[in-house]
Design a binder for this molecule. Structure first.
Ligand code: HEM
Length: 180
């Protein structure tokens, strides 16, 4: 059996059910949908998240950076999911969506947001496109963005050599060059 089909069987996909929490991050949601982190999206420890990122091929330096910064600002009393309580309504839905529909006619996407978006794209390319020199297959991107599912069924397997900061930095620079 191909490794990807084995992984698809081992980590069966179950989309979020009623009452499950999900984040603004499609990759974290995919990890939850496969049970690699808690399916209900609750009580996920920093170590569990680090293990999950390791599983998909994120190197130790990036894991530590991402997870430590997420846990530095989020605790269960001040936040709902990854957002702080002032940013969500009683059901955990971001108020931003409602507000933007009403009054934000001009999208404010500043330089900082641009860099963050390029870094997210670079991380995505590094993990699902396996780095600088390999293509990112559209079917992989569709699985993650449209269904919040890891693309095992499409043939993806986690990379052998973990993605670390120097490679990520190169990816960010390349993406910034083309996206500016
Ligand atoms: C501890 C780990 C992670 C945390 C806390 C995290 C958190 C987030 C958050 C808060 C957003 C929303 C940003 C916004 O709305 O401005 C986001 C978006 C995103 N994340 Fe993650 N993330 C993590 C890991 C990853 C990994 C490993 C990848 C790629 C393999 C990834 C790929 C993305 C992408 C592509 C987006 C943009 C989604 C979109 O714009 O639709 N994230 N993440």
């Amino acid at each position: 059996m191909a490794l990807s089909s084995h992984l698809a069987k081992k980590h069966e996909f179950h989309p979020a059910g009623a009452g499950d929490l999900r984040s603004p991050c499609p990759v974290l949601n995919a990890l939850a949908n496969h049970g690699i982190i808690s399916c209900d999206g609750r009580n996920i420890t920093a170590n569990q998240l680090k293990d999950a990122l390791k599983y998909i091929g994120v190197g130790i330096d990036i894991r530590l950076g991402l997870v430590n910064s997420a846990y530095a600002v989020h605790d269960e009393h001040s936040h709902c999911g990854l957002r702080n309580l002032e940013q969500v309504d009683d059901s955990g839905i971001p108020k931003r969506y409602i507000e933007q529909n009403v009054k934000n006619e001009i999208l404010d996407f500043g330089y900082r947001a641009h860099i963050v978006a390029c870094a997210e794209a670079a991380l995505f390319q590094g993990v699902f496109g396996e780095g600088v020199f390999r293509q990112l297959l559209v079917k992989y991107a569709k699985a993650v963005f449209q269904e919040e599912r890891l693309p095992f069924n499409e043939g993806w397997t986690p990379r052998w050599f973990a993605l670390i900061v120097p490679e990520l930095a190169m990816l960010v620079l390349i993406i910034l060059y083309f996206a500016s």
